[in-house]
Structure formats: structure tokens, C-alpha cells
Ligand binder design. Structure first.
Ligand SMILES: *[C@@H]1O[C@H](CO)[C@@H](O)[C@H](O)[C@H]1NC(C)=O
Ligand SMILES: *[C@@H]1O[C@H](CO)[C@@H](O)[C@H](O)[C@H]1NC(C)=O
Ligand SMILES: *[C@@H]1O[C@H](CO)[C@@H](O)[C@H](O)[C@H]1NC(C)=O
Length: 459
């Protein structure tokens, strides 16, 4: 495709930005308030997350999503079934044009320009997004689906607002199981709207965005737009870990089009996502099981949430005494349940670059306090009065998130249907009473007495 060059430029810009910022790791104190090195290392290595778990996190996320996206073999759960259903749609009915010509995506189509001076892939701001994808021979399958959904046609053809469409190329519809069942019309419409970003996000802007809002309004987020997660690496820009931008900045009258290589599926529930990564979160899953937490959480009415999800390593850090107490004693399990509640901020969905505040105390307590480049949030938790604090620091457009002062968010902004997942490298605990301070780091784990004194008010 003619616009592939734009991706090269984008990666180069990312690399240059990163090189300009690189500082030797040893030169930066452990608790550097701005976390610049982490972010820069992450950027170089391929994603906006901390360096320690970076490679594994990316590898596990990618291998999972690649497996889902290129479904071959049997489908083992409803999420991949949903993906399969959607992908399968491309092969129902008449496919029209396209087909094998799409195998050539390295720019050999330039000769078309003689016949079509307004070739859609060069963009043309006298056509709407809808008109451009309808004309393009690379996007016939997505365009066909859009045509079956008048509301989506209206959105993409409207000039009352600007949008950013992430259009899956026909190739994205290729990997399908033979025996898909037809998904509901509602599901397909949601999925189509999830490809539409609200506002104009040219590649330059995506480079500095962590999430972006879509035209899919989500009741379970209080009616706010569901968001797409963006990450930048050497391979270019990826959405939700698995869909790569393969052509960028195609201009339209009502916005911008980027082409992506995998279909974007609206994200599943927080709980579902956690179960998809047992090698990362098996301890947390065990904690949920031991405390009958699923039953508890189903009884809570939520309009979105921020779920701080500790890795297995985070639990390990609590030390053997604390873990034995929490997991293997009746008394301890009550404390474990309190910890799990403390790690959920109800009705408050906090992304690196957006905050959906559906709490009662809106504005009064939860509007961020801006101190230079740090945004501070004080979020309610399911423990009632015990709040959790979140600091988002930004430097040169790169952000890092810290919880209760020092706990790092190592994988930010896992978008979910009913909230957002912030993966943390320590188990967040309420601060010590009376100190108003934050929990402190200690390699030997945490004393049971300390755990009890911090949590006993809520057990
Ligand atoms: C899309 O909008 C253009 C005007 O920008 C209009 O001419 C065309 O009829 C519209 N197409 C559809 C399918 O609504
Ligand atoms: C859409 O974007 C263009 C170019 O950035 C701008 O001129 C126009 O006013 C925008 N339209 C709307 C409805 O915001
Ligand atoms: C969240 O908001 C909903 C709707 O406003 C409310 O009914 C519910 O009690 C809130 N949940 C919590 C845990 O505050």
C-alpha cells in the first residue's frame, strides 16, 4: 500500500525520541519520580511498560492475541469464539472484489494512480471516511459489513464531527475457522463502532496517546466511550496488543483513516481477561477462589472500575509468612478478601489519559491535583474509607503510573468491558494508620502484625 512509508517514519520518530532520552539505568535513583528511564526503555523494547516484566508481558500478551487472531485449531473459550464469529463474517455471502490481489501490500500498486488520481489510499479530503473505504479495494470486507449497519454508515459519512477509523484490511478477515456461527447484529455493530475513534488521531497524536475513545458507548462504564489501547514499538503502532497499524494518516473529509491488520474486538470483562493469563495471575485467581470473591463482586453494582491486578511476583513479595496466613488460615482469608476489595476502585475508571468518574464524590475528592507534571488521584475502594492513591507522571509525552507512592503499574491500561486493568508489581495495601504515609519496600516481605494492623478496621 502506498502509505506504508508513513509507518516507517513513525517508527523512526519513536526511536529518535527514545534515543534523545536514554539515561543509563544506574544513573537514575530507584524512585525517580518521573520514571523516565522505565518508559524510555519500554519504548525502545516495544511497549509503554516497565522493563522488568516487559519481554514476558509482551510475549504472553502477543502470543495469546496472535493465537486468537489467527484462529487455527480449536476454539477453547467464548472470547475467542466471539473473535472467530466476527472474523468469520467476512466469508459469508458474496465477497465481491479483493481476494488474492491483496497479497501484495508492499507498494506495487502505484500504477493505479494513473487511472485513479484520487486513489483512496492516498487519502482525499473531498471524500468522507465512509466513501473512501467503500471505494478502496483493500477494505471491501469491512465496508460490506458497514453497509449492513445504517447507524455506522451515518457515523462514518457524517461531517458533523471528525473521526479516526481503524479499518481492518481484507487480509484481516482471512484467518477464520470454517465452522463459525453467525454473531448477533448488535455484537457486530458494537464491534464496528469499536473501530471508530472519536476525534482526529493522526499517527503523531497516537504516538503520545495511551488510550483513545471510540464511538462504542459502554453502559458498564457509565455510558462513557469504550477505549482502545495504543502502544508504540519498533514494529510501529499496535492497538490492544494485537492489531498493528499497517497504513497511517489517510486523510478524509471527516477525519483520518489508518489501516490495521487484525479486527478489533470489544474487550471482555475484567475477570475474564485475568483468567486468560494464568501464568501471570494464578495467585490472584487462587485468592479470588479462596475468598469466594466472584460471588461477592457479582453483588456489587458498578459503573466502571479500576482494578489493580497484582502479578504472581507481587504476591510472592509479601513473603512466605504473610502468604501462609492469607491463603491457609480462616482468619487470613478475611484479610485476603479485604486486600482484594482494596485493589478495586468502584465507579472510577482511571486510564493514563482519561478518567471516567462515576463516584458520588465526583469533583470534590477525585479531581486530580496537578503538581507540575504529576497528576494525583485519590480513589475510593471497595473498602469504603480506605482510599488508594494514584500518581501519573508525564515527561516528554511519556507517562508512568505509581500506586500509593511507589508501586509501579507495569502493564498499564488493560481495557475491559467493565473497567480498566492496571497490572502492578506489588500488592497494594492500605497505608499504615496514623502515618498517612505509603507502604514501604522491604525485601523480607511483610509482617503478619503489620498486615493485620493495616486491614483490621475492614475485616
Ligand atoms: C455521504 O455523504 C455525502 C456528502 O458528504 C453524500 O453525497 C452521500 O450521499 C452520503 N452517502 C450516504 C450513503 O449517505
Ligand atoms: C474536522 O477537522 C478539520 C481539520 O482538522 C477542521 O477544519 C474541522 O472544523 C473539523 N470538523 C469538526 C466538525 O470538528
Ligand atoms: C456505583 O454507581 C452506581 C450507580 O450510580 C451505584 O448504584 C453504586 O452503588 C455505586 N457502587 C459503589 C460501590 O459505590
Amino acid at each position: 500500500m502506498a502509505k506504508l512509508a508513513a509507518i516507517g517514519t513513525l517508527s523512526l520518530a519513536a526511536i529518535q525520541a527514545a534515543h534523545a532520552l536514554v539515561v543509563p539505568e544506574t544513573a537514575v535513583p530507584n524512585q525517580a519520580p518521573l520514571g523516565a528511564t522505565d518508559e524510555v526503555t519500554a519504548l525502545i523494547k516495544g511497549d509503554a511498560m516497565g522493563p522488568h516484566h516487559l519481554d514476558d508481558d509482551i510475549a504472553s500478551a502477543e502470543s495469546f492475541f496472535n493465537a486468537v487472531s489467527s484462529i487455527r485449531g480449536h476454539i477453547h473459550d467464548d472470547f475467542s469464539q466471539a473473535v472467530a464469529d466476527l472474523i468469520g463474517l467476512g466469508y459469508t455471502g458474496d465477497l465481491g472484489t479483493g481476494g488474492s490481489a491483496d497479497d501484495d501490500d508492499d507498494g506495487h500498486h502505484h500504477k493505479d494512480h494513473h487511472h485513479h488520481p484520487k486513489h483512496p489510499h492516498d487519502g482525499d479530503s473531498s471524500y468522507t471516511i465512509y466513501e473512501l473505504i467503500s471505494k478502496s479495494k483493500y477494505t471491501t470486507k469491512f465496508a460490506k459489513l458497514v453497509d449492513e449497519h445504517p447507524h455506522v454508515v451515518d457515523v462514518l459519512n457524517s461531517t458533523k464531527a471528525n473521526y479516526t477509523l481503524f479499518v481492518p484490511i481484507d487480509k484481516a478477515f482471512e484467518d477464520i475457522p470454517e465452522d463459525h456461527k453467525k454473531p448477533s447484529k448488535e455484537f457486530i455493530e458494537s464491534a464496528l463502532l469499536y473501530h471508530v475513534g472519536l476525534g482526529e488521531y493522526p499517527a503523531r497524536r497516537i504516538l503520545h496517546s495511551y488510550t483513545l475513545p471510540t464511538a462504542l458507548d459502554e453502559d458498564l462504564l457509565g455510558g462513557e466511550p469504550q477505549r482502545l489501547r495504543a502502544s508504540v514499538g519498533l514494529g510501529g503502532v499496535k492497538l490492544n496488543f494485537y492489531s498493528k497499524v499497517v497504513a497511517a494518516d489517510i486523510a478524509a473529509k471527516n477525519g483520518i483513516i489508518h489501516a490495521v491488520n487484525h479486527i478489533l474486538v470489544p474487550p471482555p470483562y475484567v475477570g475474564r481477561i485475568i483468567t486468560l493469563f494464568p501464568d501471570r495471575f494464578s495467585t490472584l485467581l487462587l485468592a479470588y477462589e479462596k475468598t469466594d470473591f466472584v460471588k461477592f463482586i457479582h453483588g456489587v453494582n458498578l459503573k466502571g472500575s479500576t482494578v489493580f491486578v497484582p502479578t504472581n511476583e507481587a504476591f510472592h513479595w509479601l513473603g512466605p509468612r504473610a502468604n501462609t496466613f492469607l491463603f491457609n488460615t480462616d482468619k487470613g482469608r478475611e484479610y485476603l478478601k479485604a486486600i482484594l476489595k482494596y485493589n478495586i476502585a468502584p465507579n472510577a475508571t482511571l486510564y493514563t489519559d482519561a478518567f471516567y468518574d462515576e463516584t458520588d464524590s465526583k469533583q470534590k475528592q477525585n479531581s486530580p491535583v496537578h503538581e507540575s507534571r504529576i497528576e494525583h488521584y485519590d480513589l475510593p475502594t471497595l473498602l469504603g474509607e480506605a482510599h488508594i492513591s494514584v500518581d501519573i507522571s508525564r515527561i516528554f509525552g511519556f507517562a508512568s503510573i505509581k500506586v500509593n507512592g511507589f508501586t509501579r503499574v507495569v502493564v498499564p491500561n488493560g481495557v475491559a468491558k467493565n473497567g480498566v486493568i492496571q497490572v502492578v508489581n506489588r500488592v497494594p495495601l492500605p497505608p499504615h494508620k496514623g502515618h498517612g504515609g505509603h507502604q514501604s519496600e522491604n525485601d523480607g516481605g511483610i509482617e503478619i502484625e503489620d498486615l493485620i494492623s493495616r486491614l483490621e478496621d475492614w475485616v
